[in-house]
Design a protein around this ligand. Sequence first.
Ligand code: ACM
Length: 408
Amino acid sequence: MLDVARRFRPLPELERFIDLLAAHGLNVLQLHLTDDQGWRFESRRYPQLTEVGGRRSASQLGHGPNAGLDGRHHAGHYTQDELRALVAYAAARGIRLVPEIDVPGHAKAILAAYPEFGVGDPAEVAARNREPWTRFGITDEVLNAEAATVAFVGDVLEEVVDVFGGDLVGIGGDEAVKSRWEADPRTHELLAERGLANGHELQAWFLRALADRLGRRGVRILGWDEMLEGAAPAADAVVASWRGPVGAGLAARLGHDVILCPDLWTYLDYRQSDAPEEPIPVGTVLSLEDVASFDPVPADAPAWFSDRVIGVQANVWTEHLDTRERLDYAVFPRLGAFAEVAWNGRPAAGFESRLPGYLDWLDARGVDYRPLAGPRPDQQRPGVPGVPRSREARLAELARLTATLPAE
Ligand code: ACM
């Protein structure tokens, strides 16, 4: 998965990225097309999504409380014709593009364009969302749950299906904070009308309405494991489990197809060592060796689990990857180890012995990978703060976050 919402990447760069994925034997690229910070998909019915939602005046520089703004305008989107051509380009190389439109959270770019889809008075929503978010993190801003809002998202998803074809569309579902719904009298009316108990059930209702609409076109939804809070939105939904093993186990027990992308092994934006030279260090340490040690479905896993796992996925979030070179630095050579895990379904044993040849291969293609010894001076970001985290702290947070998933 590549996040082109935080950082728009021009089409020739996406084509190059697809060429590199194909050379690694990878066969799916999920395009994360929308987020708080930007909307990149041309909707002909809702042109403000890109006109307003596709541009921001600045971007956060670094992470954490001491991060400032870079003061640089950022804009871009893909037309439907461009995306159709990209789908064909990828297909010719054996790669399926899976689009993702992230709702009901991660929606500030939508609300900047169409504040009537937010919670509360549209004038206040507009005042809070004059443009897509220039900051990074999790916001409490969500779409409202009116029928008209669900219909709007459904209309956009119809356009997405027309462009991308295929039988799978990502609808997000991650990190949607429920506090605005819970504080809003109108949302309480909707809960009562629909016989729903709380925000988790409302999110399930919202996503189920989208799943039903896409289902009429023979398309299944793909969503992050938060999708299972409340109730599973659709029996055939595909669940991408990113917050440790809990969501994956629950999804498999409920009979869903599961994609494994646990952040501690597959988040390629996470820092590659604990050296202070790592550029804008975020997340836990995820070294090349750590990726190579990823064991997605251990040999002793029960069949009810292993039978449901349809693949693994590496996620490339781009808050701090603002150029092609920085993207290369984060992705390579870790993607080489990940690709071996993906092909074989087990850790990439002996990957070090194949590394010299692999690095030569990357060199020959002009890939600006991270040298094994650490970042070159031009790959560092001196003075730009990050938020490094320990594995223990992240494990404790994951336990807390996944505690809201139903037990069965
Ligand atoms: C995610 O990392 N928010 C799926």
